[in-house]
Design a protein around this ligand. Structure first.
Ligand SMILES: [Zn+2]
Length: 209
């Protein structure tokens, strides 16, 4: 009967139940308090990227367990003190999206926006870098991104961005999966502020120490 109700198992403990159980989520290491990246009004994060958090995010990003995002994203939304006008996300590269079939940052952003009752809009496109079309390894790519910094364009090539009027953005909450140096969030925030957002704040599922 339980199998019928929950045909899934928790990605961390393996017990029948939701794709991530509350017991496992509450046992994950909490994020330390971090200052907002430059230009941001506020920043919040739920988890510290170590131990079992690494295993959870690997399951979400590399093993297709996108359904394990929902519970932590709902809890993450509770950290937002002032609901923004728009929730958006720092998109992963198109190549990554094609490989996975989804963008985990978008899934987190959509769940957060539902919890907050605000609209979720695609506003950013990740600019192609030299590594984008060569199929280079993820570690090399992310290291290069950390060194060079990701950059974004507002709106971009138009997939799903129709109707986003930059002059009506208002306050924008940028969501991402992991904050490492903060460079990706900063790049996204800069692009949104230049496009006309009145303020930006940030929210990530995890932060590296
Ligand atoms: Zn569990």
């Amino acid at each position: 009967m339980l199998d019928l109700l929950f045909p899934t198992t928790c990605v961390l403990c393996g017990h029948n139940g939701p794709p991530l159980c509350i017991e496992c989520l509450s046992g994950l290491p909490p994020a330390p308090d971090l200052a907002p990246p430059p230009g941001f009004d506020a920043f919040g994060a739920l988890l510290s990227y170590e131990g079992e958090t690494r295993r959870l995010i690997a399951a979400i990003k590399f093993q297709g367990h996108s359904d394990a995002i929902e519970l932590p994203a709902r809890v993450l939304a509770e950290l937002v003190e002032a609901p923004p006008d728009v929730v958006t996300w720092a998109p992963t590269s198109r190549q990554r999206q094609r490989q996975r079939g989804y963008d985990q940052a978008e899934l987190i952003a959509r769940t957060v926006s539902q919890s907050l009752g605000c609209q979720c809009l695609p506003t950013l496109q990740r600019n192609a870098t030299s590594g984008d079309s060569t199929g280079d390894h993820q570690t090399g790519r992310s290291r290069r991104e950390r060194l060079a910094g990701a950059s974004f364009a507002f709106g971009g090539s138009g997939v799903g961005t129709r109707g986003v009027d930059p002059h009506r953005l208002g306050s924008v909450l940028v969501v991402d999966d992991i904050r490492t140096t903060g460079a990706t969030l900063s790049a996204a925030g800069d692009t949104l502020l230049e496009a006309g957002a009145t303020s930006v704040s940030g929210l990530t599922l995890a932060v590296t120490l």
